[in-house]
Design a binder for this molecule. Sequence first.
Ligand SMILES: Nc1ncnc2c1ncn2[C@@H]1O[C@H](COP(=O)(O)OP(=O)(O)OP(=O)(O)O)[C@@H](O)[C@H]1O
Length: 256
Amino acid sequence: MTGWAVEAAGVEKRYGGVTALKGVDLRIPEGAIHGLIGPNGAGKSTLFDILCGITKPSGGRVSVLGMDVAALPAHHVARRGVGRTFQRTATFRDSTVRENLLFASYGRMRHSVLQRMARAPAWREDMAAFETRADAVLETCGLAHLSDQPAAALAYGTQRRLAVAVMLMNDPKILFLDEPVAGMNDAETAEFIALVRDIARGRTIVIVEHDMAAIGALCSEVLVMVDGAQVVSDTPERALAHPDVVAAYLGTDADD
Ligand SMILES: Nc1ncnc2c1ncn2[C@@H]1O[C@H](COP(=O)(O)OP(=O)(O)OP(=O)(O)O)[C@@H](O)[C@H]1O
């Protein structure tokens, strides 16, 4: 490894006549909590999707955890330590909190269908490992007391924590959080910030977020994007005071 969790250079993305990214450079050190901010339509989600291997760039180079993510199918990238949450929570609403975590593990099963049907030792070992991991993740995410609740019954902020918990089941080395505190009340936001700090140990975290207080509380550095291009990369405090950033946000609603 190079010491960089993300190394991206000259990343471009075109959708027909729309140029969503115009040659973005980004380097994120391993273990950092890094922010990605900018007004609506700046290209943040597009860059996020490219870093996770979900969207392929039209140009440039992208290395995440040493992988050329542009050349790999998204599920390979996910299996090799890259986790992603989405703006909308994507959990199984009728299943319990614990079931949601166990479903997330099934991609890591080592046993075969036949072994499962026979309740073979390989099946029992996998299930025991998933249950142990689920207990630890539920504890970390403050969800242990809710493990038998259906996901649909959880408060909004708790559902967002469940989305993180689902991702942690696969022990990702880098997490991409897309507007994680959007729609949360102050108490939920404070809890979520504490959770991110907690799970950041031994991981790299990248956050797209419009809530600048959350960005300031969490991130060592932010990349500010405007209209598909990077404007500045610096500490949150210095970046938000930068005249080009102030100008870019003027007339836009930064809290939406
Ligand atoms: N699949 C697509 N097809 C066509 N245009 C797209 C597509 N995805 C994004 N775009 C365009 O690319 C530009 C960047 O969009 P993107 O969603 O990446 O911005 P963003 O910074 O994440 O915005 P927001 O803060 O509103 O989520 C926008 O002009 C958008 O309309």
